[in-house]
Design a protein around this ligand. Structure first.
Ligand SMILES: Cc1ncc(COP(=O)(O)O)c(C=O)c1O
Length: 952
């Protein structure tokens, strides 16, 4: 008998359920439905050139282990932003490997997200405390992009006078990681920012600078005193960003104490595996005065309807959804899961533990440095935390180190750099010394003990306390932490509870077997800058995956570097820009963007230095082709591209897409396709076949990487042949095109550790399974549309009356008819055990529903029943059977605390409130808080957990 096939498990419904759904939709077969949904002009004529059948789960598990074995597990003391760390098993098992944590969505629906909101608040609190700043966001993509965000923030914060003076110089100290400088170069150019890189201690401000960036400790490990530098910068109206290693701040004076205005960095060494470069959470912390200019999400404390403390994302008006092309950042998906883990790491270790780990790394560096000096080596770094640089014959040291399975960093032939960390041991220190001794042709002295050596100079030493909040003291035993994690987990809805039908987000199943390689040391513990022969497994996986993604999208080449969809958008646009520049047409800078586009599209275009021109949509939600023609012609001489989402964000396959592509091409522009909706294309059509020149994919949507509560994401770009040579490169690894743009992310292959998920998804589904997944996503959406259209109305359908893989339910007259807002319906769904669909995007007062192929008919029916029941509750308000204000819909959600209280004041019953349908009792999810007052939290902004625990 053949082995169990994943393809059959990935889709939620079996043949019997399928035939029921088809008859409810009113078609005889899947083919008939697909024929009505996908325009025939863009249907692929032959199957994708992938193996037709996928591997079984057993085959994949064995196959991926075999690939993993091709990565060599050396101990990497390379540093450069990536360090060894002991990920506590209690966090790995209960968070990283736990679908309740990794399958949740960005916490827009705050009432059913209190667990991850608290975990992220802990992260922010840890960052604020370690950096000595006043506010932190709850993660950015990586250290390099976070520093680029700080640059954009400082630029946006220029005074009126500075703008008038045209201040556009950013000073960057030369002792900064090359990958950070690279990303700064990429991101600065479209803004017209000039980067001046020099030594901070020699630099004289000229009056043309708006900002300065220094690294702390510097790239070579030196800990510098930036007090005077910051004062000099401030005296010239220049803001200062410190790129700081979070762990070092346990011993070093906090940047907030020496005058930094913004602090960025990575939290990788707070328990997150190196994973060949990511994913890891970066942070950005700043002063309260600058909070409205901060990129990314900020978690804040507010109150709910009953006056209880409740968390939600604060200051949402800063986001690109609202600001669109005026936004200075396009960050959307970030690194929530990794921030959650780093936050738990701080909770588990507390101040004492973090200090111990920092001192452990420092003392190993001190002792080894002493020994190397005794061996006659010149130490380049004088004051250091964990990293030392030594003058040495790099080739000889490298040979001796590799023989001991040790990796160091070699900036040039005469220097060697090495970083110690939480994993350093006495034996390893002796091996390091032995390698240097051998290179010097001397006998190696042996160390007997290491512990507590501390050689930091007084001027840079930290004296202030950190991690003083109760949460960093109360969960130090494994039992306590395990229960704390569980307590928070129970407050959230994730895919382990029920369908999350968020339109445009594709919350599908992540195969458990594809998550398993992430925990293997052979994938988790590889430094991104190891010699190529130590990462052959990764390279094989990256090459094979890139090839498969090129096949699926019909494109010629792929870059896996961008760490989110929005980052992919930016990268794709920068590649287009480089293409035009290479042809002497750098003046082409107009991006046409349909009115229905996601906010990240105009924000990315602005960041790529483009001017956006909005193209209207018609009454069916399609791009108004006449308006497009008019604008493309009007701007023909400057036209750079169109950014089009397909199927559209209205959930419809526009039949005139080929015409749209031709209009743009005929007017000299390129076609950028936002791949957020690729789940409706795979195997049926593709961007290349439609005529796009570049697209990004969201591997965290279509290709099964879980959303992690707001990241990690992977946003590769796939490009046609003429753009391949411009794909982004990297200064420390071979990747990208011949004339590639500079890096867009810190790591050469972005979030490489999560790539086995997509790789496995494709390998296990094969061509037929991938196509089937798309077909079933469309079947499920059309089944829901058939079931709900008479109750709610569907805002947009295609010419045949069908929807694509998602649909928009029309609630625009609910306020008038029932006095109920769309957000009330979203909250009432929580009482029924469901996460709300996408709220008011892309059309105000609507719900966009995307069921995905993974949901079963039974789950779809429960969802339909719930929505219809809520509609009835609305009708009771209209008919006077329920109070206009105090009714189950407007009071939703209802907590266990309220339902069980001795007093119950509502005119409707408790059972009605919390068990509105019979089957809910068997699997009840109780929201931990009720309706949250977002405005209160914004007026009284608090982004750390100090007040959350009160006097605890
Ligand atoms: C249509 C569309 N484009 C772009 C994005 C941004 O993607 P990401 O959140 O991965 O940055 C989204 C996110 O939901 C989206 O729906």
């Amino acid at each position: 008998m053949s082995q169990d096939q994943y393809a059959g498990r990935h889709v939620g419904s079996d043949e019997r359920a399928l035939s029921q759904m088809l008859s409810a939709i009113g078609v005889r077969s899947v083919d008939e439905l697909i024929g009505q949904v996908v325009p025939s002009t863009i249907r692929l004529k032959k199957p994708l050139a992938l193996p037709r059948e996928g591997m079984s789960e057993c085959e994949f598990a064995a196959h991926i282990r075999e690939i993993g074995r091709k990565n060599k597990l050396y101990r990497s003391l390379i540093g450069m932003g990536y360090y060894g760390t002991a990920s506590p098993a209690v966090i790995l098992r209960n968070v990283f490997e736990n679908p309740a944590w990794y399958t949740s969505y960005t916490p827009y629906q705050a009432e059913i997200s209190q667990g991850r909101l608290e975990a992220l608040l802990n992260f922010q609190t840890a960052v604020v405390s370690m950096t000595g700043m006043e506010v932190s966001n709850c993660s950015l993509l990586d250290e390099a992009t976070a520093t680029a965000e700080a640059m954009a923030m400082m630029f946006a914060l220029r005074s009126r006078e500075a703008v008038r003076e045209g201040r556009n110089v950013l000073f960057v100290d030369e002792n900064i990681f090359p990958q950070t400088l690279d990303v700064l170069l990429t991101r600065s150019e479209p803004f017209g920012i000039e980067i001046v890189s020099d030594r901070f201690d020699c630099y004289e401000f000229t009056g043309s600078e708006f900002g300065a960036i220094v690294q702390y400790p510097a790239a070579d490990g030196e800990v510098r005193d930036y007090d005077d530098f910051a004062a000099a910068a401030h005296s010239r109206g220049v803001l200062v960003t410190a790129v700081a290693d979070m762990l070092s701040l346990a011993l070093l004076k906090a940047p907030g104490e020496w005058g930094a205005d913004i602090v960025t960095g990575s939290t990788q060494r707070f328990g997150i595996p190196m994973g060949f470069g990511g994913p890891h959470a970066a942070y950005l912390a700043t002063k309260d005065a600058f909070k409205r200019n901060m990129p990314g999400r900020i978690i804040g404390v507010s109150v709910d309807r009953l006056g209880n403390k409740a968390l939600r994302m604060a200051l949402q008006m800063r986001e690109q959804h609202i600001k669109r092309e005026r936004a200075t950042s396009n960050i959307c998906t970030a690194q929530a899961l990794l921030a959650t883990m780093a936050g738990f790491f701080a909770v588990y270790h507390g101040a004492e533990g973090i200090r111990r780990i920092a001192l452990h790394a420092h003392s190993h560096a001190v002792v080894v440095a002493d020994m190397l000096e005794k061996l006659g080596y010149e130490l380049k770094t004088k004051n250091f935390f964990d990293t030392i640089e030594v003058a040495a014959d790099a080739a000889k040291v490298r040979e001796a180190a590799l023989a001991r399975r040790l990796n160091f960093f070699y900036p040039d032939e005469g220097r060697v750099r090495l970083s110690f960390d939480e994993l350093s041991t006495l034996a390893e220190a002796n091996a390091v010394i032995a390698a240097f001794a051998e290179a010097a042709g001397k006998k190696a002295p042996a160390l007997k003990t290491i512990g507590g050596q501390d050689r930091l100079p007084v001027g840079v030493r930290r004296s202030s306390a950190y991690l003083t909040e109760p949460v960093f003291r109360n969960y130090r035993s494994e039992t306590e932490l395990m229960r704390y994690v569980k307590k928070l987990e129970r407050r959230d809805i994730s895919l382990v509870d029920s369908m999350i039908s968020l339109g445009s987000c594709t919350m599908k199943l992540t195969p458990a077997v594809a998550m398993m390689p992430l925990s293997l040391s052979e994938f988790a513990d590889i430094h991104p800058f190891v010699p190529a022969d130590q990462a052959e497994g990764y390279r094989e996986l990256i090459d094979a995956l890139s090839k498969d993604l090129a096949t699926i999208t019909g494109m010629a080449a792929v870059s896996l570097q961008p760490n989110s969809g929005a980052s992919g958008e930016y990268t794709g646009l920068m590649v287009i820009r480089a293409y035009y520049q290479s042809r002497g047409q750098g003046y082409r800078n107009v991006a046409l963007i349909p009115a229905s586009a996601h906010g990240t599209n105009p924000a990315s275009a602005a960041m790529a230095g483009m001017r956006t021109v909005t193209v209207a949509c018609d009454e069916r939600g399609n791009i108004d082709v006449d308006d497009l023609k008019a604008k493309a012609t009007q701007y023909a001489s400057e036209l750079c591209c169109i950014m089009v989402t397909y199927p559209s964000t209205h959930g419809v396959f526009e039949s005139r897409i080929r015409e749209i592509v031709d209009i743009v091409h005929d007017n000299g522009g390129q076609v950028y396709m936002d791949g957020a909706n690729m789940n409706a294309q795979v195997g049926l059509t593709n961007p290349g076949y439609i005529g796009a020149d570049v697209c990004h994919l969201n591997l965290h949507k279509t290709f099964a990487i879980p959303h992690g509560g707001g990241g990690p994401g992977v946003g590769p770009i796939c490009v046609a042949a003429h753009l391949a040579e411009f794909l982004p490169g990297h200064s420390l690894a071979e990747t990208g095109g011949r004339s590639g743009i500079t890096a867009v992310a810190a790591a050469p292959f972005g979030s490489a550790l999560v790539l086995p998920i997509t790789y496995g998804y494709i390998k296990m589904l094969g061509e037929s399974g991938l196509r089937r997944a798309t077909e079933m996503a469309i079947v499920n959406a059309n089944y829901l549309a058939a079931a709900l259209k008479d109750e709610f109305g569907i805002v947009y359908t295609g010419e045949t009356g069908r929807v694509g893989h998602e649909m928009i339910l029309d609630l625009r007259d609910f306020r008038k008819l029932y006095g109920v807002e769309c957000a009330d319906i979203a909250r009432r769904l929580m009482d029924y055990g469901f996460h709300a669909p996408t709220l008011s995007f892309p059309v105000h007062e609507t719900l966009m529903i995307e069921p995905t192929e993974s949901e079963s008919l039974a789950e779809l029916d429960r969802f339909v029943e719930s929505l219809v029941a809520i509609k009835r509750e609305c009708e009771q308000i209209r008919d006077g059977e329920a109070d206009a204000e105090d009714n189950p819909v407007k009071m939703a959600p209802h907590t266990a605390q309220e339902a069980c209280a001795d007093t119950w004041t509502h005119p409707y019953g408790r059972e009605r409130a919390v068990f509105p349908l019979p089957w809910i009792q068997a699997n009840k999810f109780f929201p931990y808080v009720t309706k949250i007052d977002g405005g209160y939290g914004d007026r009284n902004l608090c982004c750390t957990c100090g007040t959350l625990y009160g006097g605890e």
